[in-house]
Each structure stands twice: as structure tokens, then as C-alpha cells.
Design a protein around this ligand. Structure first.
Ligand code: HAM
Length: 443
């Protein structure tokens, strides 16, 4: 770490005049409880769909050696050139907060020789990623992906199956997106395309942005991914990679499309889609929406047949995709049905010390039966406790007052229909049976 940076860091750390009004970093977001419910729904839906396709979860570290990402994502990509959170640690080693999940999952696959356990590994991982981008709606610096990888198989049917799985997650969440696909060929057909692209760019080079001018010679395909609208206007008539595919890649792409058609998954071909990461070969795809403004990609992925070998592992193919959790949440929030609070659980409104003692034991027995139970221990009035029950969206309230206690009864109120019924207070010793009866009644 440069000495000046170390000095400034120490100064900020120990300075007495430090600003105590500490807020979250720009592009880093708190997920508050109401929104977290949507996150849970997305995760549960994804996990369930992944199970149907026999995927298993893998958890990998957030911090990796910088070389892992530079070597896989590509030295000339925006991510590696401009967006990584990299730093030199106390041992003088360059580390990076992962900007995506694929490289880490492949590193773990290689490190643990997972191919020896099962020839085809179907893995998924969920978690935060970090990219120093310009934050805007749907684009953060800490964002979360559900990332999926299939390692060890190159059959085109699998590409279609992976897209079908992504599409199933979205359908089950009630979200509609469009699927665009492309093929980026292989090391055999890419050189001819690169040559055609270089030729095409030759008379336009002076009009291109600095990045494109630099990348044109190093990695010509990368220019097509440029974010500048001026550059993009020049690329409208660029040669199509699909027209340059070798026979094997063309055939592979044909079977991918046939697979999608047989599963009735609509798609369009976008021969300009090159993706922002260098590791892709053959099939690439993006799941797009027009409901999130500029950030239209809800998910994206593709095949990366040379990557495992490139990272020092066996020569095995791979394919995967990742979906952005924040973008899925934004889409769900746009559906008004997701904003309506759902009534659930029971509020035990006990009045007085004795009732509170009985209610306390009841609450514990009901929770053991799976019921969500809330209670107030502040000796509040019945009116105040009923208000709390409503505010917390409880479906039922169990009222335990002196009068009820003397009769050995409690009142169960349905907060939705406002209907009430009396139910017996259990004798000590039959609390288990009583709670089973009540749980069945109100769940
Ligand atoms: P990616 O296209 O860089 O691919 O990211 C995948 C998805 O992550 C995007 O479509 C988007 O939904 C979300 N995303 C990316 N950057 C941000 C951001 N700054 N803020 C919010 N969401 C974001 C990959 O990362 C590849 N590893 C995908 C893959 C897996 N390919 C093969 N296997």
C-alpha cells in the first residue's frame, strides 16, 4: 500500500475530529425488514427451483487473490480495469473483494478436485459482490447475485436447460423478462472474427473513445461492449460473430435453440451481445426487462469452456449464469400485490400479572407448534394491546382478562373478520394438547 494512503488511513482512524454522523457508503445499501421479506421469497423460490434441477449449494469466500479475477474476467474488461475493490493486505498481498461468483466457484472446484466426486458438478451460490460502478437505480457497489455453474459438461442441451432453470425462477416469482442469446464461438473460430472486426474498425479508430482505441488491438471483441453511445453508433454495422462460427460452434448453437424451442421458451438472437467478461465461449445469454430503466439485465451468463484449464484446473467445460437480487427485488416491488401486508400469527393480549404468567406459558407452547406469537409485557391497556396486534398484522388476538380468567376462558378474536369465540384456558399439564388444538385452528 502506498505510504501516503497508509498515513491518511491512520489519520482518519485516530483523528479526534472524526465526523460522527456515519452513514452507509455510497452504493452500499441496508436491506430493511420489509424488503428482506422479498429477498427471502426470491431465495426460497430459487432454492426450490435449483433443487428440481439437482443443483447443490456451495459457499465461497468474499475475498480472493486479485490474480484470480484478473486472470479469469480479463485484464481489458471494465470490471478489472476500473471497478474492483482491490487492496494490499498486511502481508503485502494484493486481494480483491469478489466482483462476481464464477471465478471463486471455479477456484474452489479446482482446489478441492470436485470433478473426482462427480463428473458433472451443478453448483449454486448466493451472496454479495463488489464493483466500484457509478451507483444508480438497480446498480450498486455492493450487490447480490444468485450465481449458478455447471462444470464438466459441454452438451448444448445443457445450455438450454440452464436457461430454462433461470426462466423458471423468474416465472415462479411472477416476473416477465425477455431472453436474448448469442454464440461467441471458440478459439478455433474467434481469430477469423477478430480479423473481420479489426478490419471493420480500422477506418473508425480515430472516432472511438480512448478505451476502445486501446482495447481494439489488445482484445477487439471487447469494444462491442463499450458503454459510450457514440462508439455504439459506429458498431451498428459491425460484422456478426454468428456468421463466423466454425461448423462445430454453429451446430452447438443450433441444438441450443432447438432445446429452447422444445421447452417453449421464447428467445431472440442478439449477435452483438459480447458480455462484460472475457471468459465466455459459445453460448451467451441475457434476461432483460424494460421496467428498470438503464439497468435492463436481470440476469446473464454463458458458456466458458476454457476457463477451468486457464485457472490451472483440468480441461473441463462449464456454463452458468447469475441474477442480480436487487434488480429482482425492484421488479417485485413494482407489483402492487407484493406491497400489501400479509396478516399472520397471534397476539396474546394479557391483562394483569396472573394473566400475563398464563399467557407467557401459552405463547411458548404455541411457538413450539410453529405459531408466530407476539406479546406485550408492559402492562398496557386492552385497547393499546389490540392496537399493537393490528399494527403488527396479526391474524388473531387471544384476550386474557380477569373476567375471562375467573371463568377459565380466553377470547380468540379473528382480526380480519372481527369474529370472536371463547376457548378454554388449559389446565397446567395439558398445555401441549391445548396448543396443538389452537395451532391447528388458527394456522
Ligand atoms: P454479470 O453480467 O456481470 O455476470 O452479472 C450478472 C447479473 O448481476 C447482472 O445481469 C445484474 O442483474 C447483476 N449485476 C451486475 N452488476 C451489478 C451491480 N453493480 N448492481 C446490481 N446488480 C448487478 C456475471 O457476474 C457472471 N459471473 C455470470 C455468470 C455465471 N456467467 C457464468 N456463470
Amino acid at each position: 500500500m502506498p505510504q501516503e494512503v497508509v498515513r491518511r488511513h491512520k489519520h482518519l482512524l485516530f483523528s479526534k475530529g472524526i465526523d460522527l454522523n456515519i452513514t452507509a457508503l455510497k452504493g452500499f445499501k441496508d436491506i430493511l425488514p420489509e424488503e428482506a421479506l422479498l429477498w427471502q421469497r426470491i431465495e426460497m423460490t430459487a432454492r426450490e427451483v435449483f433443487r428440481r434441477f439437482a443443483f447443490k449449494e456451495i459457499k465461497v469466500p468474499i475475498l480472493e487473490k486479485t490474480a484470480l479475477f484478473a486472470r479469469s474476467i480479463g485484464e481489458t474488461t471494465d470490471i478489472v480495469e476500473k471497478e474492483m475493490y482491490s487492496f494490499v493486505d498486511r502481508n503485502g498481498e494484493s486481494l480483491t473483494m469478489r466482483p462476481e461468483g464464477t471465478a471463486s466457484v471455479l477456484r474452489a472446484f479446482i482446489e478441492h478436485s470436485l470433478q473426482n466426486q462427480q463428473p458433472v458438478q451443478k453448483l449454486f451460490t448466493l451472496g454479495p459482490m463488489f464493483r466500484h460502478e457509478r451507483p444508480q437505480k438497480g446498480r450498486l457497489r455492493q450487490f447480490h447475485q444468485m450465481s449458478v455453474e455447471v462444470l464438466g459438461a459441454n452438451q448444448p442441451e445443457l445450455d438450454a436447460e440452464v436457461m430454462a432453470m433461470a426462466s423458471m425462477v423468474l416465472t415462479e416469482l411472477g416476473l416477465t423478462v425477455s431472453l436474448e442469446i448469442n454464440s461467441l464461438g471458440c478459439p478455433k473460430c474467434r481469430p477469423a472474427f477478430n480479423e473481420a472486426l479489426l478490419l471493420f474498425l480500422d477506418d473508425k479508430k480515430d472516432a472511438l473513445c480512448e478505451d476502445c482505441q486501446r482495447r481494439r488491438l489488445k482484445n477487439p471483441l471487447r469494444v462491442l461492449d463499450c458503454k459510450s453511445s457514440s462508439c455504439q453508433s459506429h458498431y451498428q454495422s459491425a460484422p456478426s460473430i454468428i456468421a463466423h462460427l466454425c461448423a462445430e460452434c454453429a451446430d452447438h448453437f443450433r441444438v441450443v435453440q432447438a432445446g429452447l424451442t422444445s421447452m417453449a421458451i421464447p428467445y431472440t438472437i442478439n449477435s452483438f451481445m459480447v458480455r462484460g467478461l472475457d471468459y465466455y465461449t459459445r453460448t451467451t445469454f441475457e434476461l432483460l426487462t424494460d421496467s428498470l430503466g438503464a439497468q435492463s439485465a436481470v440476469g446473464a451468463g454463458g458458456r466458458y469452456d476454457g476457463l477451468i484449464k486457464q485457472l490451472g484446473g483440468p480441461d473441463l467445460p462449464g456454463i452458468g449464469f447469475a441474477m442480480g437480487m436487487e434488480r429482482l427485488v425492484l421488479m417485485l416491488q413494482q407489483q402492487s400485490s407484493n406491497l400489501e401486508p400479509v396478516q399472520s400469527g397471534l397476539f396474546v393480549a394479557a391483562l394483569g400479572e396472573r394473566a400475563r404468567g398464563i399467557g407467557f406459558a401459552m405463547a411458548q407452547a404455541l411457538r413450539c407448534r410453529g405459531v408466530q406469537v407476539l406479546m406485550d409485557y408492559a402492562d398496557s391497556s386492552l385497547k393499546s394491546q389490540m392496537k399493537q396486534s393490528g399494527k403488527q398484522n396479526c391474524r388473531h388476538t387471544l384476550i386474557l382478562g380477569d373476567e375471562e380468567l375467573s371463568k377459565g376462558e380466553a377470547i380468540l378474536r379473528d382480526m380480519n373478520t372481527k369474529g370472536q369465540e371463547t376457548i378454554p384456558i388449559p389446565l397446567p399439564g395439558v398445555l401441549g394438547e391445548w396448543s396443538a388444538m389452537l395451532a391447528e385452528k388458527i394456522q
